[in-house]
Design a protein around this ligand. Structure first.
Ligand code: MTE
Length: 310
């Protein structure tokens, strides 16, 4: 099913009515303007619509920003909202190095220039079997990597979260067994796929700290843990880089982590997902292969045994 060829909506067109009424009150002065212009009046980060967006109503902003996984700030879903405000996100730069012709240090404003921003409405499917629909604002990772000029030997891309234990209480504790900083990785062709973005905003505003400000990865056909937050380094490598959850529990979390309803986690099924914000009596949703993006990404894995490379 080719969800992304649907109408080019922005979140303002599909936001549930209650949220929309709230927005109307907020932008009351603009009430006489046409729909698209009104949403622009409320947005501080403008993203062009994209054919890669799904045409589904996003989860509420309240849920997207209060139900988070960001272990640097604690293990409970409410911890990131409670504690991530302490993280200093300005100024912020990202080192791009390794097998590239033009290594360098780039400011976030330079990596995600206002004129290049796109809105990407994607489903986020967590390995814990819940999902949300998030209206991200960001830029294709491919554009950022191309600027650095990958060398022929580059096969993988490694990502690293900021290490700042004085601002991130979780990094001071050895309780979770995580070897900080959080690290992730993709194969170069996965990183260059047009669905893969670096996000700097959501719901038309800069990313809240709990969602990975000021810049985070979003890879919508993979479990959410691949979408690493608050990135400070992107390194092109020849060998497959280590990844945090794989190091912690290699039998449970693979390098690929493609969403797959047919391959169970050793401790639970991945066939269905709880839809955040749908209410306690709502039915679970059937999880889709590659999170609904099979037509776009299955070719990246042709000939690979998806049970072995989970
Ligand atoms: N990145 C870092 N640095 N630390 C984390 O704990 N959690 C991951 C991912 N990125 C995590 C991270 C997991 S498990 C998920 S499901 C998503 O972030 C959640 O993103 P969200 O809170 O914006 O919904």
């Amino acid at each position: 099913m080719q969800r992304w060829t649907g109408p080019k909506l922005t979140y303002a067109d599909v936001t549930p009515k209650a949220a929309w009424l709230g927005r109307r009150a907020f932008i009351a002065g603009a009430a006489a303007l046409p729909l698209a212009t009104r949403s622009a009046a409320a947005a501080t980060l403008q993203g062009k619509t994209s054919k890669w967006s799904i045409d589904e109503a996003p989860t509420s902003k309240a849920d997207i920003t209060s139900y988070n996984n960001y272990y640097e700030f604690g293990f409970d879903k409410e911890d990131p909202e409670r504690y991530a405000g302490k993280l200093t996100t300005k100024p912020w730069s990202v080192v791009i190095d390794g097998k590239v012709g033009r290594p360098g240090t780039y400011g976030v404003e330079d990596l995600a220039k206002p004129g290049a921003l796109e809105e990407r409405i994607y489903r986020l499917r967590c390995v814990e079997a819940w999902s949300m629909v998030i209206p991200w604002i960001g830029v294709p990772l491919a554009d950022v990597i191309a600027r650095a000029e990958p060398e022929p030997g580059a096969k993988y891309v490694a990502f690293e979260t900021v290490y700042r234990p004085d601002e991130m209480p979780g990094q001071r504790s050895v309780f979770g067994g995580i070897d900080w900083p959080y690290v992730e990785g993709l194969r170069l062709d996965e990183a260059m796929h047009p669905l893969t973005i670096l996000a700097t905003g959501l719901y038309g505003e800069p990313l809240p700290n709990q969602n990975g400000a000021p810049i985070r990865l979003v890879v919508p056909w993979k479990y959410g843990f691949k979408s690493i937050k608050s990135i400070v380094r992107i390194t092109l490598t020849e060998k497959q880089p280590p990844t945090t959850w794989n190091q912690l529990q290699p039998r449970e979390y693979g390098f690929y982590a493609n969403v797959n309803p047919n391959v169970s986690h050793p401790r639970w099924s991945q066939a269905t997902e709880r839809v955040i914000g749908a209410g306690v009596f709502a039915p679970r949703r059937d999880t889709e292969l590659f999170n609904g993006y099979a037509d776009a990404v299955a070719g990246l894995y042709s000939g690979m045994d998806l049970r072995k490379y989970y």
